[in-house]
Design a protein around this ligand. Structure first.
Ligand code: NAD
Length: 496
């Protein structure tokens, strides 16, 4: 853990926790640095166990003080007010997201911050229509009963989110949790504390009752994240991040038998059949491999292309990949930013070396770009394509979470389905074909939570999102979020 004593020096921004309706600092802080050039973005407070405890107790108190008894219509109103607040400070959120991640401004505007707003509005609308169940029941002795099922809040929900889509993934959990009447303690990634702090400011300005939303900053293992998930007074944990972290959290919540929802890693496949619309498939795989420098859990790092079009596909994807422009957010022509940190770049570069050791052909990339300016201090890598590896190679089986893909040929539908499914992960897949029945058939056989046919990353927030195997537990999205963030209670009434 990189932590240093005391707050920010004059002129430096200090990002504080938001606990019980107040912004509070801690003695220990850490640096939030730009992945573009290593410059200091802000100093960030590191929550100790006592601060986490205060946040959980504030949430519990707010829960009892009335939030749990508020009506769905009232909470929907609050959620829309928060969405209005984000919109009013839209460019501040964009700037915070760009400062922490180095991504292009366009992406922060059209994807990250826009989805932050939509997450609040969607769950504000969905909660108004959340409904229970009703059954009429007769017993053998002539008794007559009605059974109805109501939703109650879980209580206090611990939310732990990652750095790759900071505001989007945080609000994806905060919005439905609040909508269902829970109070929350949220811990964003230590790499991306900026937009979460702005969210706390917006929530504060909106006048949400103190303690309903609490934000703590800090690291994960043996730090704020772990203190939160171990806390005996939280009722549920919702987590997005690495599978290994999910496993650690699962052990920590086991004693308290807490409810969990996990959205974890992936090693997603794109399958391109020879009958696919060739240009659309190349464009689709370009996006699915390199969007956000490959740092989207749904990115495809394994690409399978039917043999008759294999060589042509590799050549076309190489051309398009080499036309991507790696650069800083200030460069309007840049289409790909840096990785999130030097630590993550070291990991991705270790996979670059491993691919070569494992015998890959490097079709393009495999190195870092040279700028001859301050950006050479940044965490940039080139988008990279490999071919020639067996499915058992580590770079074909392990999640790299960078702008990489390995392309392999295949000869039959059965073969490619088996190869796609031969993975420890099961998050998402995309299938490119113009053969209607084949598309549906393959989608049914692929063992992932999401399958796109002739598309990638189209998200309707009413649909379930999540993965199987190492990719997660449970589904969020639409009524699935409403189900996770509520406790269903069956009430049985004798009527005769
Ligand atoms: P990470 O697991 O390292 O960290 C995620 C969060 O967990 C951070 O806030 C971190 O501080 C916290 N954390 C770390 N150790 C902890 C512990 N022991 N106890 C409690 N909290 C702890 O993940 P990351 O590197 O931030 O994100 C990248 C990973 O997230 C990738 O594997 C990616 O596939 C995955 N991801 C999955 C989805 C999905 O929906 N399935 C979405 C985005 C990212």
């Amino acid at each position: 853990m990189i932590a240093e004593q005391a707050g920010a020096a004059h002129g430096e921004r200090l990002l504080r926790h938001y606990i019980g309706g107040e912004f509070v600092a801690s003695d220990i802080t850490f640096n939030d640095v730009s992945p573009v050039d290593g410059s200091l973005v802000a100093r960030v407070c590191e929550a100790d166990e006592a601060s986490v405890d205060r946040a959980v107790r504030a949430a519990r108190a707010a829960q009892r003080a009335g939030w749990a008894d508020s009506t769905p219509a009232q909470r929907a109103e609050w959620l829309h007010r928060i969405a209005d607040g984000i919109e009013a400070r839209f460019e501040d959120f964009v700037a915070a997201e760009v400062a922490d991640t180095g991504r292009p401004f366009t992406q922060a505007r059209t994807l990250d911050v826009a989805r932050g707003v939509t997450n609040f509005r969607t769950f504000a609308d969905l909660v108004r229509y959340a409904h229970g169940e009703y059954f009429e029941t007769q017993t053998a002795d002539g008794g007559s009963f009605i059974n109805y099922v109501t939703r109650k809040p879980l209580g206090v929900v611990g939310i732990i989110s990652p750095w790759n889509l900071p505001l989007l993934l945080l609000t994806w959990k905060v919005a439905p949790a609040l909508a269902m009447g829970n109070c929350v303690v949220a811990k964003p990634s230590e790499e991306t504390p900026g937009s979460a702090t702005l969210l706390a400011e917006v929530i504060h300005a909106a006048g949400l009752p103190p303690g309903v939303f609490n934000l703590i900053h800090g690291h994960g293992s043996n730090a704020a994240g772990e203190f939160l998930t171990r806390h005996p007074q939280i009722d549920a944990v919702t987590f997005t991040g690495e599978s290994r972290t999910g496993s650690a959290i699962m052990k920590n919540v086991a004693d308290g038998v807490k409810d969990i929802s996990f959205e974890l890693g992936g090693k997603n496949a794109a399958v391109v059949f020879a009958d696919a619309d060739f240009d659309a498939a190349v464009e689709g795989v370009l996006k699915s491999s390199f969007t956000n420098a490959g740092q989207v859990c749904m990115c495809s790092e394994r690409v399978y292309v039917e043999r008759p079009i294999f060589e042509r596909f590799v050549a076309a994807l190489k051309t398009k990949t080499e036309a991507l422009r790696v650069g800083s957010p200030e460069d309007p022509s840049a289409t790909m930013g840096p990785l999130i940190s030097h630590g993550h770049r070291d990991k991705v570069l270790s996979y670059f070396r491993l691919a070569v050791e494992e015998g890959a052909t490097v079709v393009t990339g495999g190195d870092v770009p040279r700028f001859d300016d301050a950006r050479d201090e940044g965490a940039f890598v080139l988008p990279t394509i490999w071919t020639g590896l067996p499915d058992t190679a580590r770079v074909v089986t392990e999640e790299v979470f960078g702008p990489v893909c390995h392309i392999a040929p295949f000869d039959s539908e059965d073969e490619v389905v088996a190869r796609v499914n031969d993975s420890a992960y099961g998050l998402a897949a995309s299938v490119w074909t113009t053969h209607l029945a084949r598309g549906h058939r393959v989608a049914r056989r692929i063992e992932t939570g999401i399958v796109w046919i002739n598309a990638w990353y189209v998200r309707d927030l009413r649909t379930p999102f999540g993965g199987s195997k190492l990719s997660g537990i449970g589904r969020e999205g639409g009524r699935h979020s409403l189900d996770f963030y509520s406790e269903l209670t069956n009430v049985c009434v004798r009527v005769a």
